[in-house]
Ligand binder design. Sequence first.
Ligand code: SF4
Ligand code: SF4
Length: 332
Amino acid sequence: MLKIAKDKLPELLKAWAINAAVFVPQEKGGTRVFQPWDGQPSLTLDGGNTLEPPKDLFFPRTETMYRYEVQGKEAGVTEIPTFDGKMVLVGVRSCDARSFLIMDDVFLTKGYVDEFYRRRRENTRVVALACTQNAPTCFCTSFGIDPGRAEGVDVQMWPVADGYLLEPITAAGRELLDQAGELLTATDTAPPPAAVPGLVVDVTGVTEKLQGMFEHPYWTAVSRKCLGCGACTYLCPTCHCFDIQGENRGNSGYKFRCWDSCMFSEYTRMAGGHNPRPSKKERLRNRFLHKLQYFPERYGKFACVGCGRCLDRCPVNVDITRVIREVKEVAL
Ligand code: SF4
Ligand code: SF4
């Protein structure tokens, strides 16, 4: 195990910033979000998880896909150079680390490889930070996530009184720590105990139960108070829906993709006007079925990581943990 003093951490980030863009959780407009490290010695890694998940670093809110130009009957397409810079994300919590694996399933498997996502993901090193305190809305352990040790990361960090413990997990993580030089010292200090979320929900059998609930009146009842604001999807680290739109001026234009939300009425509206999900009932049902039934059926894992962001920010308290409990109890 290696250790770095708290006041030396900025020097480590500075070393990493020579070859990569370094992102850390920082305060912005009163909330914590991952932002490029500004080189300041004041770091707030210990302030809990970010309000916004770091998914936009791999999957930006808007992204130009290609440009085009029309000359008479000829049309030319200019591809946008895909991202090839390197990134280091520091302070990623276990729930968000699991969400990266879920996004990988979507964007990199089953015969579909999204080049925009792939380039960013492959060029990024992830340094996780263990949670030793949880927020009241955290329930990551319900999905088998260990708040004290993240999956699929390059380096694992733990906060201790006067600094951080670090353990390289991958060869790339070892390379990162090799750049630290004299900043790290060997220690036999044990990692602190992981946070124990007070919120726990038993997800056993929920997928199977949902398989028989598509037409159940429960969805009418649970969707009644939803405002369709989409906050739950924008803040969710695993939501990944996007729309493709275009801007055209004269003979040229460009196509871009942007985040979309299944909670919006336009999301499934077709060109002819038909909408297979015409009301909040169908839209909210889709959100929960996607996370708890369709994704497990397709990828063998839930598309929720128990980060609690949607519980915390839904303006009318639609709570996925309550939905899971109620689904398991309703009569079929
Ligand atoms: S559904 Fe809610 S709790 Fe689950 S990962 Fe998304 S935002 Fe987090
Ligand atoms: S945040 Fe709440 S009110 Fe807004 S769309 Fe999601 S469930 Fe509905």
